[in-house]
Ligand binder design. Structure first.
Ligand code: AMP
Length: 681
């Protein structure tokens, strides 16, 4: 989207030149009102319509800066800077150099300056990198085509936006005010079947920085519908993707997607695209259509580069060494899969891991106000964080109780090393750590409503299903992010989900403190039996969280013992549907609890399904029946004669799990006392 200015210097023609001082200027000429001078030819990029003009107004899309003479030409906006390159010699220090070439078209001006903006993008949502990032010499008003950026985290992805500005940019902004409606730039077909189409689209990256959530209105219709009787279907969406089902096979549909402004007002900038369902079968197609929107937004002239800085640590010669200091450029399609969770245990010195993934905070910037909970390692406080040059924010502060061993300190801080690698709306955000002082602390965003299980118990029956499903959708989004990063949580439970003022749910508790103890009633059978913890076992736990949410924080399997729970699960019993639970939601729970883990849905499927349910609230109206065939029986807590089991093998036999007796022995569970200790919720 560039305004190209062609300076065509018109030859003055003696024939057309009116006589000095005689009459009005002809169209295309002007002279200042009171002057007796000759009429002058309107300069480049001006309107040359009216006779008798005292000056020539700018043509559409061209402007005069306040300092430009009214008799001079008008100029357009500069085109995008080109050839943006990032280089680094010291990635470990979080510094890189950006350079670029001047715009191909300067709009005919010499007063070109540049600005650079750093963003962190997750899918379609981008946020400014924050004030921590430093620019040398500056981030705006640059007259040279390079800048150094420092204080970057080596393991994170960054997007840099370089804009070219000129003296007419602010002026152009006034003439065409910057819309807060994000222009859609591309729409693509992700997948199609004979009955469905999955589409996704992008918004202009420059606009995505706005903090407000963006919503979209998708309108579609059959292409060949007679226009008099066309049925338009309009969907209001919160995400930049959609799967539309119940379509006719082999049929072309026209889709128009429009972003809505922060106030919900419909935007003018949208694109229309045609996609066809397949005749039969399934076909995946990528990027079949890419349309570039031509929305003009003020002076914004963009050049976006996606820069992925990815640092992998490898052990070499028993020294923990830094991995290759690579800078990759990737096209936007290749962006996502590069991010993988790094286990802090792969670092020989966990203190290095924490410095790598977490920001060190000086304790003087932290104020503790009130104890709000008891963590595994010490008290959790509510408090404030006031970093220099930043707004004060409410935080939760986890502390390490005095008398800790070095191992406990490292285990405590490992949670920060893990949390610091994540950046997602539904994952608790790490603000930083205190490691260089006696009292180590972990500082995270503050979640006003605390743990989800407690919160729901306190608000029993107060939320409609729709809202509860919204909570699950958020949790599933966070878990999808974690599973995409190959992180397995192992302790997903409502007690480890935190809730903020907006009822947003965020996954927390990344501690390594569990020391091998397994939360039996949240854990998949294969993880209990032979420690097969995978994203599929997290999906099982997610099913239990869904149950906890629909049952307003009820304890799963009530007062049954762990032993009874395992026995029942092994006998194919499952938790019954909570009261008033929508049937579709309970069906999803049952899918999460399939014995064969490969048959369980993945978090991506769960997010899509919950998304679909939220978009058609009628789908939540059918309430699940209580089905005695799948519901849990209450098995007895001891053997059939009432006496407790004497050995692990006797106990395993009673729950039909004898085949795992060797796994239990290997895991050190050799007496019934050990079995009883496995309980740790
Ligand atoms: P944890 O050690 O993470 O299990 O935290 C113990 C308790 O402290 C939780 O159950 C919450 O009640 C509270 N808590 C922990 N982190 C936060 C937070 N970020 N915001 C609010 N409360 C929190």
């Amino acid at each position: 989207m560039s305004h190209r200015v062609k300076f065509v210097f018109h030859q003055r023609s003696a024939q057309l030149d009116p006589l000095p001082g005689i009459g009005e200027c002809q169209p295309g000429f002007f002279k200042a009102a009171a002057s007796g001078d000759k009429c002058e030819l309107c300069p480049a990029n001006t309107q040359r319509r009216d006779p008798g003009a005292s000056f020539c107004p700018c043509s559409d899309g061209f402007y005069r800066a306040p300092t430009d003479p009214p008799s001079g030409p008008c100029s357009g906006l500069p085109s995008a800077p080109r050839d943006l390159v990032a280089t680094t010699t010291q990635l470990s220090t979080g510094k890189l150099h950006l350079s670029w070439s001047a715009p191909e078209d300067t709009g005919g001006r010499t007063d070109i300056t540049y600005s650079v903006e750093c963003q962190r993008c997750e899918g379609a949502v981008c946020q400014p990198c924050g004030e921590k990032v430093r620019y040398e010499p500056a981030s705006a008003g640059l007259t040279r085509t390079k800048v150094s950026v420092s204080e970057l985290d080596a393991h994170l992805n960054y997007t840099f936006v370089v804009e070219a500005h000129s003296g007419v940019s602010p002026f152009a902004g006034q003439a065409a005010p910057r819309s807060d409606r994000p222009p859609i730039t591309t729409m693509r077909l992700v997948e199609r079947t004979s009955a469905s189409l999955s589409l996704s689209w992008d918004v202009s990256p420059r606009i995505r920085v706005q903090p407000r959530p963006i919503r979209y209105e998708l309108t579609y219709r059959k292409k060949d519908d007679n226009l008099d009787v066309t049925t338009y279907i309009v969907l209001l969406l919160e995400k930049n993707f959609v799967q539309i089902s119940d379509l006719a096979p082999g049929t072309a549909y026209l889709f128009r997607v429009q972003a809505l402004g922060g106030d919900g007002s419909p935007g003018g900038s949208s694109i229309e695209e045609q996609f066809e369902t397949s005749l039969e079968g399934r076909l995946t197609q990528n990027n079949t259509a890419v349309i570039f929107g031509a929305a003009v937004v003020g002076a914004a002239v963009l050049f976006v580069v996606i820069l992925v800085l990815f640092l992998r640590r490898r052990k070499r010669n028993s020294h923990s060494r830094q991995g290759p200091e690579d800078t990759y450029f990737s096209s936007s399609e290749q962006l996502k899969p590069l991010k993988t969770y790094v286990d802090p245990h792969t670092y020989e010195d966990p203190n290095i891991a924490v410095l790598k993934f977490a920001t060190e905070i000086h304790p003087s910037h932290i104020t503790k106000q009130k104890v709000i909970g008891a963590g595994e390692f010490g008290e959790v406080y509510r408090g404030n964080l006031k970093m220099p040059g930043r707004k004060e924010v409410a935080v939760a502060i986890k502390t390490l109780k005095p008398g800790y061993t070095e191992k406990q300190r490292q285990d405590f801080l490992s949670e920060a090393s893990i949390m610091g690698q994540f950046s997602h709306q539904n994952i608790i955000r790490l603000e930083g750590v205190v490691t260089k002082f006696k009292h180590a602390m972990i500082v995270t965003e503050y979640m006003e409503n605390g743990a989800l299980d407690r919160y729901l118990k306190d608000h029993d029956g107060e939320f409609p299903s729709f809202q509860l499903v919204g909570m699950m959708h958020g949790i599933a989004g966070g878990m999808k992010y974690l599973s995409d990063m190959s992180y397995v949580h192992r302790d997903l439970a409502a007690r480890n989900i935190l809730v903020n003022n907006n009822l947003e749910c965020k996954v927390s508790d990344f501690g390594l403190s569990r020391g091998g103890k397994i939360p039996i009633r949240w854990t998949a059978p294969e993880a209990i039996a032979y420690r097969k913890f995978t994203s599929a076992s997290d999906v099982w736990s997610f099913g239990i969280v869904m149950w906890e949410v629909m049952a307003f924080g009820e304890r799963p399997y009530w007062d049954m013992s762990n032993h009874e729970v395992m026995k029942a699960i092994n006998e194919a019993f499952r938790l019954p549907a909570p009261m008033d639970c929508p049937s579709a939601v309970y069906q999803l729970m049952l899918q999460c609890w399939l014995q064969d883990r490969s048959k369980r849905p993945r978090f991506g499927d769960i997010v899509s399904l919950l998304d679909k349910l939220l978009r058609s609230p009628d789908s939540l109206k059918t309430i699940a029946d209580f089905d005695p065939r799948v519901s849990i029986r209450l098995p007895s807590t001891s053997g059939s004669d009432g006496s407790p089991f004497r050995s692990v093998s006797e106990w395993l036999e009673s729950i039909k799990m004898s085949q795992y007796s060797e796994n239990f022995t290997c895991a050190g569970v050799v007496t019934m006392d050990h079995v009883l200790q496995m309980k740790n919720e």
